[in-house]
Design a protein around this ligand. Structure first.
Ligand code: ADP
Length: 222
């Protein structure tokens, strides 16, 4: 059975870090819509140019652009064994579109990473991103300015400055938090305590996915 996972959670909850780790551990694809959009901006494509200002303000790119992007990505063969979606869906409309895309595929597991707001603000202030490989790093842990993965240069993300972070939280509360209500009645939904150590969060994510997957095999809860 394919492992199809959506990571929910506010900016800074650890979706990127945990998603990367989970996907690597399970040899499945991590699909980060934020990374995909940033790639388009670096390439200077028409799409990249169209979304740059919106992203720099911390607002959401339009549902249609995002749904088209994810529809194309999930049509590729490399997601046959599963995927970890990070950053999508971010609105109820996107979640409905994802449900339609999941028809005929294995169950969608939804993991909500929960972290108190004060901790999120602290984390985002220290967050760095590698210009070369897109790796998310914590500025307080790494050799200053150097990516641990590829040796590339770390910089602060344009949308991690204080004003934009506040806007992204506001957008999260209004547009994305309602997704918890959208999903939480499903047997494939779990909330994970994201304020623990990275290793504990990772272990809890794996355990949640295993429990849900075993339930689907044994009890036919799909
Ligand atoms: P974070 O995980 O820190 O919240 P991301 O890297 O996922 O940030 O996304 C950065 C920006 O990309 C968002 O603030 C938004 O402008 C845009 N974006 C990414 N995914 C989506 C989406 N599904 N819908 C709308 N906008 C998106």
């Amino acid at each position: 059975m394919a492992i199809n996972v959506v990571m929910l959670g506010p900016p800074g909850a650890g979706k990127g870090t945990q998603g990367e780790r989970f996907a690597m551990g399970h040899r499945i694809q991590r699909i980060s819509t934020g990374d995909m959009l940033r790639d388009e901006m670096h390439k200077g494509s028409a799409l990249g140019k169209a979304v740059q200002a919106v992203m720099d303000r911390g607002e959401l790119v339009s549902d249609q652009i995002m749904i088209d992007m994810v529809t194309e990505r999930l049509s590729r063969h490399d997601v046959t064994d599963g995927f970890v979606l990070d950053g999508f869906p971010r609105t109820v409309k996107q979640a409905e579109a994802l449900d339609a895309l999941m028809i005929g595929r294995d169950q969608l597991i939804v993991l909500d990473i929960v972290v108190p707001e004060a901790e999120l603000m602290r984390r985002l202030g220290a967050r760095m991103i590698c210009e070369a490989c897109g790796h998310n790093a914590d500025g307080r842990e790494s050799t200053p300015g150097v990516c641990q993965i590829c040796g590339g240069k770390l910089t602060q993300r344009a949308d991690d400055n204080a004003m934009v972070v506040l806007e992204r939280f506001k957008v999260y509360q209004v547009a994305t938090k309602p997704l918890v209500d959208f999903y939480h009645g499903r047997p494939t939904f779990r909330a994970i305590d994201g304020a623990q150590s990275k290793d504990r969060v990772a272990a809890d994510l794996v355990a949640a996915v295993e429990t849900i997957s075993n339930g689907a095999c044994g009890g036919g809860a799909r």
